[in-house]
Design a protein around this ligand. Sequence first.
Ligand code: FAD
Ligand code: MLT
Ligand code: ZN
Length: 519
Amino acid sequence: MNGLKVGSRRLQDTMRILRRVECRWGQIHLPLSCRFMSQAKDPPLTADRYRVSRLPFSEVSMQDLRHFQKIMPGRVVTDEDDLKAHNIDWLRTVRGHSKVLLKPRTTEEVSKILEYCNDRGLAVTPQGGNTGLVGGSVPVFDEILISTALMDQVISFDDVSGALVCQAGCVLESLSQYLGERSYSMPLDLGAKGSCHIGGNLATNAGGLRLLRYGSLRGTVLGLEAVLPDGSILNCLNTLRKDNTGYDIKQLFIGSEGTLGIITALSVMCPRKPSAVNVALLGCEHFSKVLQVFTLCRDQLGEILSACEFMDSESMRMVQTHLKLTNPLPDNAFYVLVETSGCCGKHDEEKLNIFLEKAMNFGFVTSGTVATDQGKIMSLWALRERITEALAHDGYVYKYDLSMPLEKLYTLVEETRSRLGSSAQCVVGYGHLGDGNLHLNVTAKSHNDALLSALEPFVYEWTSKHSGSISAEHGLGFKKRDHIYYSKSRGAVHIMQQLKNMLDPKGIMNPYKTIPPAE
Ligand code: FAD
Ligand code: MLT
Ligand code: ZN
């Protein structure tokens, strides 16, 4: 068990068997841009598939393009091939037809762009790494794309407080590397880390794999700078942990999905990099055992618990079939991935041993493996992190991102499976167990209206009935905007509409997304 002393003979035996099947584990990270190298057919235009009408925004003219060239010489992209990847979402389910992508480097350039677009009545779509899963990051029609790709500079890092200040276009993984070299880490991690931008993470209030440990970005983000639709620059970029002076305006922009302005810079509180990390993958026979494992790991691991994820056997089948990953355990109905992070390896090992012994002795888990070295840790994580990618290989993906009471989490997957029968190719459930966040995904050969009608509103009604949220962490974007009422009262949505109208009276910021129009 990679250096861990494990009291339970059963678990030790499992480990011995596992060592014999040491597998084809290797480097696991494929760039997410691979999604666009495939020869797959383009999805239909969003406007056609979803029957949306274009709002009366202006159309980009030659004169507009000349103006943008003056602001950003050489950074105005109009070539159709270059634009293609920016007009289609990562899931390849929505497609716009923007004619221009702007690549500002500075806040001042963003300010000039928005001021001009607002005056001209030109709609815009902010875009980070384009890894969003709700169709928010691509235009619906011909909105101007404003990419943060060149806004990728670290502005400052305080190695005493851990406050990092950077531009919005920094790629999450690059920030993790930058901090790792300074013995710090990002309080956020997700499968799209190689492509997503930190500004996009804030704009979606991304949750990810370590929310259980570090909490939401709403707590770790200390400040931000944003450009409002009229071009004015809002400076809330402070680096204080405590600041109770008036309303906390930055919170409005966290999770606003590009509908209120463009986040150009931010400061975030970073934790020290843990010096001891262990990951255990455990097999369970039943979902009730999964829940018992979660309760036990909270009890036994306490402050060193840094992630608790689950996946079902169908999710495991997906990563085995499409990505050729190897399951190191015998087949199980469910798998739980538990990660510990701390600063004292010996102490963490002792705690983990006690937890594993109890989990085995109580009959919560039937098999397990533990990794302490980086390569094997990454291989275990790949089984969970790469489910999204594996599903995308399986066909068209209907993706639901729900939070609900833990004891109900898997019942919805089972009910969906029996409801859909053979009309679905695959129904899987996985997610952030520690956060009560289920990812229910259904695949089919291609987009299919009958299947969609069987899924919606069923999934949303079910979730709402069980006091859940229809978007735990991905946001609403284009695809889920009109379902907001399943999770928010009319009164709350009304205030959102008023705020939107106050900050963006012409409605140029990411139209057709997130906030439904007033009735
Ligand atoms: P984009 O996709 O480019 O944009 C997302 C939204 O934010 C759009 O509405 C866009 O207009 C807006 N936006 C982008 N940048 C800005 C800005 N600077 N200012 C204002 N608005 C902006 N999400 C999770 O929450 N947890 C996960 O565990 C997770 N795992 C994922 C795994 C994979 C493999 C993939 C493909 C996606 C995953 N996601 C996850 C979804 C996605 O990665 C996140 O939503 C991420 O935060 C989006 O960042 P991005 O830079 O790609 O933003
Ligand atoms: C995840 O947790 O893997 C992400 O949120 C992506 C997904 O839901 O597939
Ligand atoms: Zn997730």
